[in-house]
Design a protein. Structure first.
Length: 464
């Protein structure tokens, strides 16, 4: 009689539920313990809600830019385009409703695959027993996918009214009149861009010399110029020392003594792993100095039979990475052939307007001499489709290995760059050459035409 592997998964976000689907498909007996709702923070409070909000903000930007395409609006006041305004309660209702619907879809899918779902808080008793209240769940394999939560600045604890983290935005009844965003990383840039488009006056407080310091420098400069052109105030090299409620709304004190006042303050200052209270260290799971679970490239922890996936590991905190870590954990633990996680093939997007999408090696790695690569950068301003759509900002950048022409990575700054980057991702994942990409048909006119054009510019010149 064939034995059945018992799988216990703590956390129902992308790392957890994608792992559950793989394990069930491979014949495992799967139990998922989740305390907040399937889909996790990604679906319920973070990725899905924020991108739904951003979709509305994109519509506002499109309307604001439409006069340049010959579309005119009559009427309007107070700087609104043709009287267009945002119904924030309706927007937030759509945001939360869509998030719940997505969570329900995940629940239905797991149920259809025979996965048992337990609502509650779990704790590792030892590497092979998960406790949920008085219940003990024996497991041959445990996957920890507990996620992370927004970091809080001491003395600036969010109150859900004027001082907010991004998970509290969807409870607002009115659009913030003057929104101060503290933190200019990806999350801060996305929300600053979205609320500026929705009609808020936004001040972005950045501790570095440019927004999104971890992103491609050329891309960040394009976005910062767009932000300023649209009326956003950016305070560079300005670190927040404190945030407090004031008579008007909020006051943000900077380290140099300046005080910035606004109606609301959004804090986007990083993430803290959810690793306390789960019995991890007692079960032999090693954490790093910041509290993240240490894993190898097949998602194993230091405890035998215990794997981890997602934001609680601190490995490129993206839903796509969490899901892949979870799948890899199940494939590995259940004896399937598996390729270890390759971070060099991960595509990532900043959902601003324009979007920034990257994959593979970075410009900084090339400039630092870490990677030898040939580079080409094409502005979208020369692309016929971009001209038709009134696109003024953006570019396509491509990296390839000298000699062989193997595609190493790239950057796309454009509308829907999250979709356009797939071509580059395929090139990196499958180790295609610029010759192969250059000989691939692109529709004319299309933004993807700039990708094949960039590849043609990197094709080696024949010596004959």
């Amino acid at each position: 009689m064939k034995s059945v592997t018992r799988i216990a998964i703590i956390g129902g976000g992308p790392g957890g539920y994608e792992a559950a689907l793989v394990a069930a498909q491979l014949g495992g007996e799967v139990t998922v313990v989740d305390r907040d709702g399937l889909g996790g923070a990604c679906v319920l409070t973070d990725c899905v809600p924020s991108k739904t909000l951003i979709a509305t903000s994109e519509s506002m930007t499109m309307m604001a830019d439409s006069p340049s395409l010959g579309v005119r609006f009559d009427g309007g006041s107070d700087g609104q385009v043709g009287g267009v305004h945002v119904d924030l309660p309706m927007v937030n209702s759509r945001v939360t409703g869509l998030a719940k619907a997505q969570s329900d879809d995940v629940t239905t899918r797991l149920s259809s695959e025979g996965v048992e779902v337990i609502r509650g808080s779990a704790r590792l008793v030892d590497p092979h027993i998960v406790a949920v209240g008085e219940r003990r769940i024996p497991a041959d394999v445990v996957l920890v996918a507990t996620g992370a939560h927004p970091r809080v600045l001491p003395g600036a604890e969010p109150d859900g009214e004027r001082l907010l983290n991004w998970r509290q935005l969807y409870e607002l009844k009115e659009l913030p009149e003057d929104l101060i965003v503290v933190g200019s990383g990806v999350t801060g840039a996305e929300f600053a861009n979205a609320y500026q488009a929705l009609g808020s006056q936004v001040t972005l407080v950045s501790s570095r010399d440019r927004v999104m310091p971890s992103e491609d420098a050329d891309a960040a400069r394009v976005l910062e110029n767009v932000f300023r052109r649209r009326g956003m105030t950016i305070l560079s090299r300005s670190r927040a020392a404190g945030v407090r409620r004031s008579g008007y709304g909020v006051a943000v004190t900077l380290e140099d003594g300046r005080v910035v006042e606004g109606s609301h303050c959004l804090l986007t200052v990083g993430m803290v792993p959810n690793t306390e209270g789960f019995g991890l260290e007692e079960a032999g799971v090693n954490l790093d100095e910041r509290g993240f679970i240490q894993v190898d490239r097949v998602s194993r922890t230091s405890a035998p039979g215990v794997y981890a996936a997602g934001d609680c590991t601190g490995v490129m905190m993206l839903a796509s990475v969490a899901a892949m870590q979870g799948r890899i954990a199940m494939w590995h633990s259940l004896g399937e052939g598996v390729r270890p996680l390759r971070l060099s093939t991960v595509a990532a997007t900043v959902f601003t307007d324009p979007e920034i999408a990257t994959v593979g090696v970075s410009q900084q790695a090339v400039e630092n001499g870490e990677v030898e690569a040939e580079t080409v950068k094409l502005p979208l301003a020369t692309n016929a489709r971009a001209k038709m759509q009134g696109v003024r900002d953006g570019f396509v950048k491509l990296f390839c290995r000298p000699g062989t022409g193997i595609v190493l990575g790239g950057v796309v700054v454009a509308p829907r760059a999250s979709e356009l980057v797939l071509a580059l991702s395929l090139g990196v994942q499958q180790m295609l050459t610029v010759d192969q990409m250059a000989h691939t048909f692109a529709v004319y006119p299309s933004l993807t035409g700039s990708i094949t054009e960039a590849a043609r510019k990197l094709m080696p010149v024949s010596p004959y």
